[in-house]
Write a protein that binds this ligand. Structure first.
Ligand code: AMP
Length: 126
C-alpha cells in the first residue's frame, strides 16, 4: 500500500530495519552514505534500490536536511551502482516514488535503478 502522507521518519520502516541488519538483503554496495540492494519483487531483469544511510522520508527531506557529504556520497553511490551493474552502455532508468500519488510504499527515501531490457516509455499513457 502506498503511504498516505509523509510525516516524521518511522525508524521501524523496512529499509531502516535492513540498514540495522534486522532484515537480510541482497547487497550490491554499502558505504558510509548509501546502501544498494536488489529489490525483493523485481520489475525488470535488474532492479536495485539505493537508499541513504540517514533517516529521510523523501527527496525533499534528504535535500533539505542531509549534509553536503551525505548528498554527494549518496548520488555517487547511485552512479557507481549503475556502472558496476554494467548498465551504462545499454541504458537504465532511475526513479524515486514520492508520496501517495507516486505510490511510495516505503517511507525511507530511495532510488530504484531499472535495467537489463528495453524499458519502454517513461509512463503508461494517460
Ligand atoms: P516504493 O513503492 O518506491 O516505495 O518501492 C518500495 C520497493 O521496496 C518495492 O519495489 C518493494 O518490492 C521493495 N521492497 C520492500 N521490502 C523489501 C525488502 N525487504 N527487500 C528488498 N526490497 C523490498
Amino acid at each position: 500500500m502506498p503511504v498516505s502522507g509523509l510525516g516524521d521518519y518511522d525508524s521501524n520502516n523496512v529499509f531502516a530495519r535492513i540498514l540495522r541488519g534486522e532484515i537480510p538483503c541482497r547487497e550490491v554496495l554499502r558505504n558510509r552514505f548509501a546502501l544498494a540492494f536488489h529489490d525483493i519483487a523485481p520489475r525488470a531483469p535488474v532492479h536495485v534500490l539505493v537508499i541513504p544511510t540517514g533517516p529521510y522520508v523523501s527527496l525533499a527531506d534528504f535535500s533539505a536536511h542531509a549534509a553536503e557529504g551525505e548528498i554527494a556520497g549518496f548520488w555517487r553511490a547511485v552512479g557507481e551502482v549503475a556502472k558496476s551493474l554494467k548498465l551504462e552502455a545499454p541504458g537504465y532508468r532511475i526513479l524515486a516514488n514520492t508520496g501517495f500519488d507516486a505510490h511510495q510504499e516505503v517511507p525511507h527515501f530511495h532510488v530504484h535503478i531499472f535495467g537489463g531490457r528495453p524499458l519502454g516509455p517513461m509512463l503508461v499513457e494517460m
